[in-house]
Write a protein that binds this ligand. Structure first.
Ligand SMILES: [Zn+2]
Length: 153
């Protein structure tokens, strides 16, 4: 049985029913859902799409997961979307929001959490969870993340 409550459950954040999302969030989730259709999960069968909005205000950057037969190329949707933003803008492209879509609960994996934090710890992260959309932040998903701190001489 699916249910939707207002707390983030196991995660920090808030679960919102999809029809109750604001227009910008709803549009970003729809873009992630459309991106999922392009996924190529040959081995896992777990198709995921992602849509990223950056500070630039351009159309969202999309990503989907890819697992090639050789397994040489394995991309996660969230990383693919962020890499698309970096490729189009520059290495400093700053993610404001990222929506993730898949079947069931789709929290980002640890590697993708680090990728999002590297772009912007305060980025809003939206993904399906417990029958609704969990809205949280990158820093809340990955506390104590890896950071390079310049050493003092
Ligand atoms: Zn991932």
């Amino acid at each position: 049985m699916t249910h939707c409550d207002s707390s983030g459950g196991d995660y920090p954040g808030t679960i919102v029913a999809r029809p109750e999302l604001g227009p910008a969030d709803a549009a970003l989730v729809t873009e992630a859902e459309l991106a999922q259709e392009r996924a190529r999960p040959l081995f896992s069968g777990f198709a995921v799409g992602a849509a990223v909005r950056t500070e630039s205000g351009t159309e969202p950057y999309l990503g989907w997961n890819v697992e090639d037969p050789s397994l040489v190329r394995v991309l996660h949707a969230e990383q693919a979307a962020i890499y698309a933003a970096v490729h189009r803008e520059n290495a400093a492209a700053r993610v404001l929001d990222i929506a993730i879509w898949g079947t069931g609960d789709v929290p980002p994996c640890g590697a993708c959490r680090q990728t999002i934090v590297d772009s912007n710890p305060e980025a809003r992260v939206l993904f399906p969870y417990r029958g609704g959309i969990l809205i949280t932040s990158a820093a809340d998903l990955l506390p104590l993340s890896f950071r390079i701190t310049p050493s003092s001489p």
